[in-house]
Design a protein around this ligand. Structure first.
Ligand SMILES: Nc1ncnc2c1ncn2[C@@H]1O[C@H](COP(=O)(O)OP(=O)(O)OP(=O)(O)O)[C@@H](O)[C@H]1O
Ligand SMILES: [Mg+2]
Length: 331
C-alpha cells in the first residue's frame, strides 16, 4: 500500500513512546477544542493509521479549529482549500506555469502538497475536483498533464461536509466516501461546554489559540510505524470481517461495507489500541471505531431514507448481533 513512497522505512518508536505523544497531542488540541474528546481520539486514530477523515457536521461546531489544532500539535504543514463550486482540479493539484526568463514550463504545486490538508465543504464542488482530491488521497500522488508528482508522507486530508439533509449540490458518491478511513461528527456541545468555549475566548483576549508543537512529520511517521507493530489476533481479525459482512446482509441495507471496510476496521482499531497504550488489539478497540469506520460505507434502502435508518443504525445493530470474541485482556 505504501511501498516506495517517501517516508517509508521510518524506524518505529515504542508503543509506550507513541502513546505518550498521542496523549500529549490530544491534550494540546484540547487546549483549543472544548469537550470533543471522543471525536478527537477518532481523528487522531485515523491519522496514526495513515488514513483520511471526513468530518460531517453543521457549521460552527469547531471543525476548522480542530483541523488547524491537529496540524499545529502534530507539527505538520497545514493548508486549507475551500471547495467552492468554481474550484478546479488544478487549483488543488497545481499546474504548469510558463517561466519567461527560463523559457520553460515549471510545475507550481497546489495546496494539496502539504502535511495536513483541510478540504472544506467538499460537497460544494463539482465531481471533477472531488475526484482530483480523492485520487490524490488514494494514490498519494497527483498527475498533471501526464506528469506524476508524489505527495510526501505524512499526507492527511481532513475533509468537511454538511450532513446529508443539508448536503450541497454535489453529494459524494458512495464509492468515494469509501476513501475516507473514518467519518466523524462533532455534534453540538453541552451547555456547560459551550459556556466554556465562551469563557476561554474571553479569558485569552484574542481569537487565536497558540498551541505547542508536540511532534513533527518525522515523529508522526515513527508513531505510524509503531502502529504497524501492534498485533492483531486472528479472532479479532475475523471479528472485523464478521462485522463488515454482517452489514451486507442487514435487511435495511442496499449496499454494505466492502473489504476496504473490514481492512479499515482492523487498521483503525490498531491505532486505537496504541492510543490506549496496548501493543495488541482487543475487540473493544474494534467496537470503539466501528461506527465511524463502517457507518459511511453502508447505504440504506431508498424507501427508508425518510426513516431513522442510517449507516450508523445498521452498524449499531450489527455490533449488537455479531458475537464478540473472547477478549485477550491478559497476555
Ligand atoms: N468545541 C469547541 N471548542 C472550542 N471552540 C469552539 C468549539 N466549537 C466551536 N468553537 C468556536 O466557534 C467558532 C467556529 O468554529 P469553526 O470555525 O472551527 O467551525 P466549523 O465547524 O469549521 O464551521 P464551518 O462549517 O462554518 O466552517 C470558532 O471561533 C471556534 O473557536
Ligand atoms: Mg470551517
Amino acid at each position: 500500500m505504501s511501498e516506495g513512497r517517501p517516508g517509508t522505512g521510518t524506524e518505529p518508536m515504542s508503543v509506550d513512546q507513541a502513546a505518550d505523544l498521542a496523549e500529549r497531542v490530544i491534550a494540546e488540541v484540547e487546549k483549543a477544542v472544548v469537550g470533543k474528546r471522543e471525536a478527537l481520539l477518532q481523528v487522531l486514530a485515523a491519522v496514526l493509521a495513515k488514513g483520511h477523515v471526513l468530518l460531517e457536521d453543521y457549521p460552527g461546531l469547531g471543525k476548522t479549529l480542530a483541523a488547524r489544532s491537529f496540524a499545529q500539535a502534530l507539527g505538520l504543514d497545514f493548508r486549507r482549500a475551500q471547495f467552492t463550486p468554481d474550484l478546479l482540479p488544478a487549483d488543488l493539484t497545481g499546474s504548469f506555469v510558463y517561466d519567461q526568463r527560463e523559457a520553460r514550463f515549471d510545475f507550481r504545486p497546489g495546496p494539496i502538497f502539504t502535511g495536513l490538508l483541510l478540504a472544506d465543504e467538499i460537497n460544494r464542488t463539482p465531481p471533477k475536483t472531488q475526484s482530483a482530491l480523492l485520487e490524490a488521497m488514494q494514490e498519494r500522488q497527483v498527475t498533471v498533464e501526464g506528469e506524476t508528482f508524489p505527495l510526501a508522507a505524512p499526507f492527511h486530508v481532513l475533509a468537511t461536509a454538511n450532513p446529508i439533509e443539508y448536503e450541497g449540490t454535489y453529494p459524494l458518491p458512495e464509492a468515494q466516501l469509501d476513501r475516507f478511513l473514518l467519518r466523524v461528527s462533532f455534534g453540538y456541545p453541552s451547555p456547560g461546554e459551550e459556556y466554556d468555549v465562551l469563557a476561554r475566548r474571553l479569558e485569552r483576549r484574542q481569537e487565536e489559540v497558540d498551541l505547542q508543537r508536540i511532534t513533527d512529520a518525522e515523529g508522526l511517521l515513527a508513531m505510524q510505524a509503531a502502529v504497524e507493530t501492534v498485533t492483531v489476533d486472528e479472532s479479532v481479525g475475523r471479528y472485523c470481517v464478521d462485522l463488515a459482512t454482517a452489514t451486507r446482509t442487514h435487511s435495511d441495507v442496499l449496499t454494505g461495507a466492502s473489504p476496504r471496510g473490514s481492512l479499515g476496521l482492523v487498521l483503525a482499531a490498531r491505532a486505537f489500541a496504541l492510543i490506549r497504550r496496548r501493543d495488541y488489539v482487543i475487540p473493544e478497540d474494534v467496537k470503539a471505531v466501528a461506527r465511524s469506520v463502517l457507518g459511511h460505507r453502508v447505504t440504506v434502502r431508498p424507501e427508508l431514507w425518510m426513516t431513522d435508518a442510517s449507516g450508523r443504525s445498521v452498524v449499531d445493530a450489527v455490533l449488537a448481533k455479531v458475537p464478540t470474541p473472547a477478549t485477550l485482556e491478559r497476555r
